[in-house]
Structures are given as structure tokens and as C-alpha cells.
Design a protein around this ligand. Structure first.
Ligand code: FAD
Ligand code: NAD
Length: 467
């Protein structure tokens, strides 16, 4: 029986990165993956393909709505949707091939098959053909990720009632799409299709979109997305979804209790994801799940067994690729006796719409609920010269700082390139910077980041300069 220092189950961004770190630390490492390709949800059916389609659709939108204003005449524009989907797949294929290369380079043994526990140090790998192999491991990392969640009365059939996985490879551009859930997936994939001309309806249970983010962000984004034609139905409780053959029928009650019905080519169900532990055999080793099906871990990501850790979407916390990565590195370094650092409060969250939304730290609602005295400063992109030059004037930067100490407690950006800009706030907050620190640092002109400086100036005594 092959014996390894470290075996990782699941080759998503959490698992494969952890395997690399294990190999770097000198562990003889194996990585078990049931999918035909490495990279997990993120690279195959998540982050990468969605961003590829977001970019393609954004090009189309700009060409159809903005080029003329810039003085560029394109003649007739046409969408070749199958080509767009094929390009997305090329991006995915190149990216997953990159992970194969990384495994080879780091001397990691990749075991293709379904991994499960035999006992606390033995794993079985069941290959596609049915044959099995048992391996021994000194240390084990569970990184089995998540799968789409649904509602009890909805039958996800992959035909008319679909998840993000099918929405990333539709055979043709739909005329109408109803999306249940105004969260990250609903808004990103809703943007893709609305930009390409699909009539998109977002049905959200709460009274705001992206309801877990700072409420200012949802308001700004909703205003901007209405401009590309997305129709929002907030405070609507979906009660029935039917596949009627050539269409999906969705019924909901609005806040007055009246029934509303939509018919569409597809109903995309985007109400969250759930941890994936099916068939893993956790019961055989006495590893418990919490009330939401997540593997229970302590503050060091250890399960009930000191040599078995779990990370990423399968444990508590935000379901984000970079969170899974950081946890993977943390877990392996901790196994090796190091003292790694990871502050979950400083993991940024991004929504890749346009404008993008990016945030780190506490929301204003959280600070209020916790009774923390704070001050706030905002700066709208319509007052930014850089944003005017690129016609990206929607959105705002909001800086939240402690009322007395001025320490930055949260930064929330809805605006152009927010996803990239949030890194400045993460660095500042890791070093416990004050709003004054950012306000005094030179930000190149003209850049979108000047809006962050201006918001910091606004938070420190109403000193914004360009508004
Ligand atoms: P996963 O990526 O889910 O990987 C787990 C792997 O384990 C899978 O490959 C699975 O096949 C394998 N596995 C499971 N059980 C077994 C077993 N028993 N044996 C062998 N293999 C097994 N996050 C971001 O940060 N940014 C984004 O832009 C973003 N966009 C997204 C867009 C979409 C449409 C979706 C669906 C998700 C997106 N996410 C994004 C979330 C991100 O994909 C996840 O947070 C991330 O993939 C979690 O990583 P993970 O390693 O924990 O699990
Ligand atoms: P989500 O939690 O972001 O959003 C789900 C939305 O559905 C919420 O707004 C919620 O209020 C709503 N909802 C729940 N039940 C409902 C009901 N019965 N009727 C109507 N609305 C309902 O989940 P998601 O968008 O499905 O994404 C899943 C996960 O994938 C998220 O945790 C996210 O972190 C991750 N993801 C991240 C990115 C990114 O980082 N850019 C992109 C896509 C997905």
C-alpha cells in the first residue's frame, strides 16, 4: 500500500494549493480528485468560466452602447454565442492544464477517482472503471468543496430549471431568464445575459440585492444594473418552479401577498451552495458535520482528529476561492508545526458585475449592530476624472473608520476595477492603518484609486477635495 505524508481530497483552489504547499514543505503528497480535470468548482464551473463570459459580454455591451460615443463606428454588431461559449471553454482548458503542470512540477501524485475514508489513516480511491486502491496517510486534508443548493420544492433538472453549471454552457442565447436569488451568482450571470440582450428577471427573497454586503453597495449596483435592463423583484417569495417542456414557469408571492408568474426559457436557481461530503465516509472516522452540513473544525481548521484538517467551501465561512486557498496554506503549515496567520475578517469579497463591487472588513450594518462607534466617508465615481474618461461614473467608495482611533474597519467599493482596488484596503487593514494613513498616501493621478483616498479624506473630517 502506498504511504504518503499528506493526502489532500479534492483538487479545487483550496486542495491543489494546499498540495503545492505540502510539497514545498517536503511532504510526499497525493491529491485525490473525482472530476476528470483538476481545479475544482472554481476553475471548471465557477470563477474562471463566469469571468470569461463576463468579459465577452462586457466587450459586446461596450461595442454596442459606448463605442459610438468614443467616436468609433463598428457597423453591424452580431453575437456568435457558440463561439463565446467555446472561448470560455478554451480559457477553462488552459487554466486546468496549468494545474496539471503545477502538480507535475511539484512532484505531487494525482489520483483520479473518488476518495473516501476506510479508517483515520487509510483512504480508498475508487477509479472511474470501478477498480479501487487503498493508500495510507500521516496527514489528511479534506477539501471537497460545495455544490449548488436548491429550495425544497424545486427540482433542478438541468434542462429548464438550471444551476450556474448549465448557465455557463447554454446551447443558445435565451430570450428570457428568471433568476432566483439576487446574490453573487444571480447578479454575475444575470449581467452576462442581460448584456447580450436576454430579458433578465432577478427574484430575491430579501428587500435588497447582495443583502449580506453593505447595503449601500446593493443600492448602487441595483441602480447600475437597471440601466442594462435587469428587472428586479425584491421581497418576493418563490413558491413554485415548473419545467413546462419548452419553458420554465416560476410563481412567487410579492410582499403584498399577491401571486406573480413569469415564463422564461430558463429558471436559474442561485440561492447559495451547500458543502459536499457525500460518500466521504466521515461517519467511519467520527468526524461531525454542523447543522448546515459543514465539516466541524476548530480555530486551526482541525477536525476531531489532530492529523485530519478541513478547509474551503466544506467548512464554515465565506465560499470563496481565495478563502479556500488561504485556509489550505494555513492548514498545511499548521500540520508542519508552523504558526501561520489568517484573519477571516480581512478576506475580501468581490462581485464581478460592472460596476464591480468589492469589500473588506465590517459593513455599516454590522458596526451598528455591534454598537461600535464609527465614522464614514464616501466618494462617488462621478466626481472622478479617471472615471469620466472611461465612462465609468456609476458607484461609490465608502470607508468606515473607528470614531476615536480612526482605524479602518471596513472599505466598500462599487465601481470600476473595484476587484483590483480592494487590495489596497486589505493591505491597509492587515497593518491596522487609519483612514488618515490612506488619506495622506499619494495615489497616482488619474486613477480610480484616487476615489479611495478621497473617501478616506471624507472620513477624516470631511476633507474630500474633488467634491
Ligand atoms: P471546490 O472548488 O468545490 O473543489 C472541491 C473538489 O473536490 C471538486 O473538484 C470535487 O470534484 C472534489 N471532490 C469532492 N469530493 C471528493 C471525493 N470524495 N473524492 C475526490 N474528489 C472529491 N469564488 C471566488 O473567490 N471568486 C469568484 O469569482 C467566484 N466565482 C464563482 C462563480 C460560480 C458560478 C461559482 C459556482 C462559484 C464561484 N466562486 C467564486 C466560488 C468558488 O468556486 C469556491 O469558493 C471555490 O471553488 C471553493 O474551493 P474548494 O477548494 O473549497 O472546493
Ligand atoms: P449567495 O448566498 O450569494 O446568494 C443567494 C441569494 O439568494 C441571497 O441573496 C438570498 O437572499 C437569496 N435567496 C435565498 N433563498 C431565496 C428564495 N427562496 N427566494 C429568493 N431568493 C432567495 O449565493 P449564490 O449567488 O448562489 O452563490 C453561491 C456561493 O458561491 C456564494 O457563497 C458565493 O460566495 C460564491 N460565489 C462567489 C463569487 C465571487 O466571489 N465573485 C461568484 C459566484 C459565486
Amino acid at each position: 500500500m502506498n504511504q504518503y505524508d499528506l493526502v489532500v481530497i479534492g483538487a479545487g483552489p483550496g486542495g491543489y494549493v494546499a498540495a503545492i504547499r505540502g510539497a514545498q514543505l517536503g511532504y510526499k503528497t497525493a491529491l485525490i480528485e473525482k472530476r476528470g480535470t483538476l481545479g475544482g468548482t472554481c476553475l471548471n464551473v465557477g470563477c474562471i468560466p463566469s469571468k470569461a463570459l463576463l468579459d465577452s459580454s462586457e466587450h459586446y455591451l461596450k461595442a454596442s452602447k459606448e463605442f459610438e460615443v468614443h467616436g468609433i463606428k463598428t457597423g453591424g454588431l452580431e453575437i456568435d454565442f457558440p463561439r463565446m461559449i467555446a472561448r470560455k471553454q478554451e480559457v477553462v482548458d488552459q487554466t486546468v492544464a496549468g494545474v496539471d503542470f503545477l502538480m507535475e512540477k511539484n512532484g505531487i501524485t494525482v489520483l483520479n477517482g473518488f476518495g473516501s475514508f476506510v479508517d483515520a489513516h487509510t483512504l480508498e480511491v475508487k477509479k472511474d472503471g470501478g477498480e479501487t486502491e487503498q493508500i495510507k496517510a500521516d496527514r489528511i486534508l479534506i477539501a471537497t468543496g460545495s455544490e449548488p443548493a436548491s429550495l425544497p420544492f424545486i427540482q433542478l433538472d438541468g434542462d429548464r430549471v438550471i444551476t450556474s453549471t448549465e448557465a455557463l454552457e447554454l446551447p443558445a442565447l435565451p430570450e428570457r431568464m428568471v433568476i432566483i436569488g439576487g446574490g453573487v451568482i444571480g447578479l454575475e450571470l444575470g449581467s452576462v445575459y442581460a448584456r447580450l440582450g436576454t430579458e433578465v428577471h432577478v427574484v430575491e427573497y430579501q428587500n435588497a440585492i447582495i443583502p449580506t454586503m453593505d447595503r449601500t453597495m446593493g443600492k448602487e449596483l441595483q441602480r447600475a444594473m437597471k440601466k442594462i435592463g435587469v428587472k428586479f423583484h425584491l421581497s418576493h417569495g418563490v413558491k413554485e418552479v415548473v419545467n413546462a417542456g419548452d419553458k420554465a414557469i416560476v410563481k412567487a408571492d410579492n410582499k403584498k401577498g399577491e401571486e406573480v408568474t413569469w415564463e422564461a426559457d430558463y429558471c436559474l436557481v442561485a440561492v447559495g451552495r451547500k458543502p459536499y461530503t457525500e460518500g466521504l465516509g466521515l461517519d467511519k472516522v467520527g468526524i461531525a458535520l454542523d447543522d448546515r452540513g459543514r465539516v466541524e473544525v476548530d480555530g486551526h481548521l482541525r477536525t476531531a482528529h489532530p492529523h485530519i484538517y478541513a478547509i474551503g467551501d466544506v467548512v464554515k465561512g465565506a465560499m470563496l476561492a481565495h478563502k479556500a486557498e488561504e485556509e489550505g496554506i494555513y492548514a498545511v503549515e499548521h500540520m508542519a508545526g508552523q504558526k501561520p496567520h489568517l484573519d477571516h475578517n480581512l478576506i475580501p469579497g468581490v462581485v464581478y458585475t460592472w460596476p464591480e463591487v468589492a469589500a473588506v472588513g465590517q459593513t455599516e450594518e454590522q458596526l451598528k449592530a455591534d454598537g461600535i462607534a464609527y465614522k464614514t466617508g464616501s466618494f462617488p465615481f462621478k466626481a472622478s476624472g479617471r472615471a469620466r474618461a472611461s465612462m465609468d461614473t456609476d458607484g461609490v467608495v465608502k470607508v468606515l473608520a473607528h470614531q476615536e482611533t480612526d482605524e479602518i474597519l471596513g472599505v466598500h467599493i462599487c465601481g470600476p476595477r473595484a476587484a483590483d482596488m480592494i487590495a489596497e484596503a486589505v493591505v491597509a487593514m492587515e497593518y491596522r492603518a487609519s483612514a488618515e494613513d490612506i488619506a495622506r498616501m499619494s495615489h497616482a493621478h488619474p486613477t480610480f484609486t484616487e476615489a479611495v483616498k478621497e473617501a478616506a479624506l471624507a472620513a477624516t473630517g470631511d476633507r474630500a477635495l474633488h467634491i
